[in-house]
Write a protein that binds this ligand. Structure first.
Ligand SMILES: Cc1cc2nc3c(=O)[nH]c(=O)nc-3n(C[C@H](O)[C@H](O)[C@H](O)COP(=O)(O)OP(=O)(O)OC[C@H]3O[C@@H](n4cnc5c(N)ncnc54)[C@H](O)[C@@H]3O)c2cc1C
Length: 402
């Protein structure tokens, strides 16, 4: 018998899948469901949950084999929040019932997820959030529904989402990090109102979300009551790797279109731009290899705070490289003609023009944690430098000055 934990083992599994489910003859969704059931969705997940309990690195072998066979993929860009943030959190903190209910349609893309974390007035101070969740029967464990009231903001994909990961305050009488609980929120609940927010690119990728009397069954709580901050750390650490650490080929990512323009259009070149391009090319390559290292770390356990450094580098480089591209292309780079209000399903950095890349990259240093806050995390949790003074650490949330 071939072991699942070897390249040959997973190749054999792929052959079995393809023999029983011809991708050319099946609807893409039916093929994706079969792929999940064969354990070839994310091989490092447990058996029965889309995986084989195999090393994460073998996923690349599976993906290459299936791509070569013309099999459909699950469009990871469209369902990035589900894959990058919700799935690892559900895997770690979910009950068996939750894992079996949520992971398959999340992975196939049948159900899109969004993240209801940020709030007006809390933002980077995520633990300062005000959205309240009150248990209807007034207490006890394993009790009735939770009723949620509050407002979230900057919620990417809320307009497409079926489910949300949500953090809410369940105990205002304890310090702010302790009284938070983590839930899965049904975006089709009548108390959920989603309003578009237009951004600098003209489109509305994200939203304000108003929660009024939203009813969440206790069975949709992730982790223990009051333990939401700890659960959210899993989401946030995965988020930083998901944003900053995708696998890229050499000269992939944001540097690719600039390097291509440089090669193909010698008339644009100047010695000064040459120096800057080379500096950024080298930095992009260093960041790419650094991401590889963090992914290896992820493969052997939970991601650490080092992912914050990766996300920082990703944001800075994207902004510098897209700025250089606009300078290289001159007027052509500034052209950005279409301000039609659209509600995209993905952030399409490479299918669009330089002006779009330049504008959209501005958000990279804010989304998923601002660069300033990530620098604090790297300073305190990676380098062990003295922490920022925190006078609110032992004060009940309800007594904090606002
Ligand atoms: C494109 C985009 C998509 C997003 N998608 C989502 C989403 O899907 N779901 C979601 O929940 N959120 C989302 N966000 C929200 C994002 O996570 C927040 O905007 C971010 O955490 C910052 O919060 P804030 O905007 O309230 O700014 P604030 O927290 O008010 O920060 C303002 C400024 O103060 C700085 N600052 C704050 N505290 C400190 C500190 N302790 N030390 C140093 N500097 C500090 C910040 O770095 C920043 O420069 C998205 C944001 C963007 C731009």
């Amino acid at each position: 018998m071939t072991s699942n934990a070897t390249p040959e083992g997973v190749r054999a599994r792929v052959r079995e899948l393809l023999a029983a489910h011809d991708p050319a003859a099946l609807e893409p969704l039916d093929f994706l469901r079969a792929r999940f059931d064969a354990g070839l969705a994310w091989v490092h997940f447990p058996e029965g949950l889309g995986g084989l309990g195999a090393p994460r690195a073998l996923q690349a072998v599976v993906d290459a084999e299936l791509a070569a066979a013309g099999a459909p993929d699950n469009d990871p860009r469209r369902i990035g929040i589900g894959l990058g943030m919700a799935a690892p959190t559900i895997l770690r903190y979910g009950t068996e019932e939750q894992k079996h209910r949520f992971l398959r349609p999340l992975w196939t893309g049948e159900e899109v997820w969004c993240q209801l974390f940020s709030e007006p007035g809390a933002g980077s101070d995520l633990a300062g959030l005000r959205t309240r969740a009150v248990r209807e029967d007034g207490g006890g464990d394993g009790g009735g529904d939770w009723i949620v009231d509050g407002q979230k903001v900057w919620t990417s994909s809320a307009h497409n989402a079926r489910w949300a990961i949500l953090i809410a305050r369940t105990d205002p009488d304890v310090p702010k990090h302790q009284g938070i609980t983590y839930f899965v929120c049904d975006m089709t609940d009548p108390g959920v109102e989603v309003r578009p927010l237009r951004q600098i690119t003209g489109e509305a990728e994200f939203n304000e979300v108003f929660l009024t009397g939203v009813r969440i069954p206790d069975a949709h709580r992730l982790g223990a009551v009051g333990e939401g901050w700890r659960v959210a750390q899993t989401t946030l650490m995965n988020e930083r790797v998901a944003i900053g650490g995708s696998a890229l080929p050499r000269e992939g990512g944001m540097i690719a279109p600039v390097a291509a323009a440089w090669r193909e259009r010698p008339g644009l070149r100047t010695p000064e731009l040459h120096d800057r391009l080379l500096t950024l090319w080298v930095e992009a390559e260093v960041a790419r290899l650094g991401a590889e290292r963090v992914r290896q770390q992820l493969a052997v356990g939970a991601p650490g705070p080092e992912g914050s450094g990766l996300k920082l580098a990703f944001a800075r480089l994207n902004q510098q490289i897209s700025g250089l591209e606009v300078e290289l292309l001159g007027e052509e780079g500034l052209r950005y003609g279409d301000w039609t209000m659209v509600r995209p399903q993905t952030v399409d950095f490479y299918g669009r023009d330089a002006g779009y890349r330049y504008l959209r990259a501005k958000g990279n240093s804010i989304e998923g944690g601002t660069s300033e806050v990530l620098r604090n995390i790297v300073a305190e949790r990676v380098l062990g430098l003295p922490a920022e003074p925190r006078i609110d650490k032992d004060v009940a949330w309800k007594d904090l000055p606002r």
